[in-house]
Design a protein around this ligand. Structure first.
Ligand SMILES: [Zn+2]
Length: 600
């Protein structure tokens, strides 16, 4: 194994030359030009025909197939530019290419925009007849999705006015929020010297072992939002009012209704999920009581939620991480192993740590006719092994979906987009817990997973409850800063009970959540996605191998059906509380194991 102890994934670089040889490859320019001219021709051929009475299922089918082909043409250069740019952000040539691709992409989108607008204008009875021909069956879900917003769409003129006024209204406020908060910096004493830190750097201090440093960091970070209370209270109230006015004009019956439409989920399903989650807040309370013991503190404080509980982390070189993941996949299905192995063998992964590489990690699989690529910076610890497993999970989803789906049905909606990735993490967790003997590493794995779950499931649930409270009350009357803080701490208390002592500055944290500003009711998608996977994984463990073909069928469906229908085909009913309880059973078993391990 010594020969493989190469660190920071040195030389694990991808080969993207199969897309294009270079940024100035003549084929790339030719593809861009072809996309543009085909988009113009598409508009010439179909404008006015889609909403015409004479439209047939055959015409619609032909148009959708052509539209997918046009997007395929424009995406390929864009993918190449994106990959090259993120792998080396200092390369001016790819930067320019990426900007140009985005510009041309917008041009193509504008040319074909009329298509979906016209689709919305087909009368309901005529649309039903078109679907009844059976010719459009493969695109049924896509077509229904386009028409979902029809009842809430205003006249073309009114929509144009809203779009224009949003530029100086809602969008301008989001920009103000983003720029203003991005410019925040903090002066903090760290390791004996006073440093000027960005928000990201202050947040990272919460992962440091020194309890006193964490407290100073959290007080400074959240306190900054409290110092700007006039700004944030005004921004927040304006967004509440803007949303309320728009809901009224469009005729939605609840502030959360547009989010359900976007996610293609029935409101009752989300309500059930949220109730079951709230009923399991005791898990978070038991965990954070236990965490105080691990941290050797009398009580967990609000600045300790993600504090490390073990001392040194084990070094895991890339080759070892890769082996762990492939074995975990092999245990589930040899085909999983084979598909993931391909990603390594054919050099579709860029994991090397290098200067000028973009931070974070992604799996890019935009086109079903092309395999995905993974980018990450592998830093030799267990977190990185998890990141790699997560991205390989996305890649598997792409491989399976590409077997059955074309572009418009390829990607699942937000609430189901993380299914395969989180499932892959669970496969890795199960394998590691099966073999790792070292107590410290076992504790690190269990606490890491549990904290992930609390952050994505319970925390997002209380965020959503707070947001709903604020919208329901803020639609009627302006909410003063203390009222917003009170709504916030009330919902927070429901989750943590008396298990955590929050710092006074943390009452302002609602102002630090960007989702509340940029997309209303975005947060519950995290709860939904994570619980869905936990429930699936729990069923897999109870049921064994017979679960696998159904799971693969789910991945093959991609985005061709609603989450509810996909689950129904697997024999699950999202409307029943029992489905969601599956996930909490699994969390409960992790918590029990942790309790045994630390001898509580
Ligand atoms: Zn992901």
């Amino acid at each position: 194994m010594t020969s493989e102890r190469v660190l920071k994934a040195q030389n694990v670089r991808w080969d993207i030359s199969e897309l294009y040889a270079r940024h100035d490859d003549a084929r790339l320019e030719a593809d861009l030009q072809e996309a543009l001219s085909r988009a113009e021709k598409f508009a010439g051929n179909y404008r006015g025909k889609i909403m015409a009475e004479a439209v047939t299922a055959e015409i619609l089918h032909e148009a959708i197939v052509e539209l997918e082909a046009i997007y395929g043409k424009i995406y390929q250069p864009e993918i190449y530019a994106f990959l090259a740019f993120t792998a080396d952000t200092a390369d001016d040539a790819t930067k320019a290419l990426y900007a140009r691709c985005q510009e041309l992409m917008a041009q193509v989108q504008n040319s074909v925009l009329f298509f979906e607008i016209e689709l919305q204008k087909i009368a309901p009875a005529a649309f039903a007849l078109l679907l009844a021909t059976g010719r459009l069956e493969t695109y049924r879900h896509y077509l229904e999705g386009v028409r979902l917003h029809t009842p809430y769409t205003l006249s073309e003129k009114e929509e144009q006015v809203i779009n224009k006024k949003d530029l100086s209204g809602k969008h301008a406020l989001v920009n103000l929020y983003t720029e203003y908060t991005a410019a925040f910096s903090w002066q903090l004493e760290v390791d004996g010297a006073v440093r000027t830190l960005t928000g990201e750097e202050v947040r990272n201090l919460l992962r440091r072992p020194e309890a006193e440093l964490r407290e100073r960091a959290k007080r400074a970070f959240d306190g900054r939002y409290g110092e700007n209370t006039i700004l944030f209270t005004n921004l927040f109230n304006t967004m509440l009012k803007d949303h309320a006015l728009e809901m009224e004009m469009r005729g939605y019956d609840s502030p959360i209704a547009p989010a359900h439409l976007r996610n293609r989920i029935a409101p009752e399903i989300v309500e059930t999920m949220m109730e079951v989650t709230s009923a399991h807040n005791h898990l978070a309370q038991e965990y954070y009581t236990l965490k105080a013991q691990l941290l050797k503190l009398p009580k967990t404080r609000g600045c300790d939620l993600i504090a490390p509980v073990t001392a040194q982390r084990e070094v895991i070189p890339f080759a070892d991480g890769k082996r762990m993941i492939l074995q975990a996949f092999e245990n589930f299905s040899p085909e999983f192993n084979r598909l993931a192995q391909q990603m390594f063998d054919r050099r579709w992964i860029d994991a090397e740590v290098r200067p000028n590489k973009r931070g974070g990690a992604y799996c890019h699989g935009t086109l079903p006719q092309h395999h995905p690529y993974i980018l990450m910076s592998y830093n030799d610890d267990i977190d990185n092994v998890y990141t790699l497993a997560h991205e390989l999970g996305h890649a598997l989803h792409d491989f399976y979906a590409s077997r059955k789906q074309t572009l418009f049905n390829y990607h699942p909606p937000l609430v189901a987009a993380e299914t395969a990735s989180v499932f892959a993490e669970m496969l890795l967790t199960r394998k590691l817990l099966g073999e790792v003997k070292a107590r410290e590493l076992r504790i690190a794995i269990l606490t890491g997973k549990l904290e992930d779950f609390f952050a994505t499931i319970h925390t997002q649930n209380y965020y959503t409850r707070f947001e709903l409270d604020a919208h329901l009350q803020g639609a009627k009357t302006r909410l003063a800063a203390p009222q917003l803080c009170e709504l916030w701490t009330k919902r927070r208390h429901e989750m943590y009970g008396n298990a955590v002592d929050f710092l006074p500055e943390q009452q302002w944290y609602w102002a630090a959540i960007p989702h509340f500003m940029h997309t209303r009711f975005y947060c519950y998608a995290y709860t939904f996605g994570a619980l869905l996977v936990l429930a699936l994984f729990n069923r897999y463990e109870e049921e064994g191998k017979s679960f696998i073909p159904r799971y693969i069928e789910l991945l093959e469906t991609g985005g061709a059906d609603s989450p509810e229908n996909m689950m129904k085909k697997m024999g699950f009913d999202l409307r029943r509380a029992e489905f969601w309880e599956n996930g909490f059973r699994l969390m409960g078993s992790f918590l029990e194991e942790l309790q045994t391990l630390i001898g509580k």
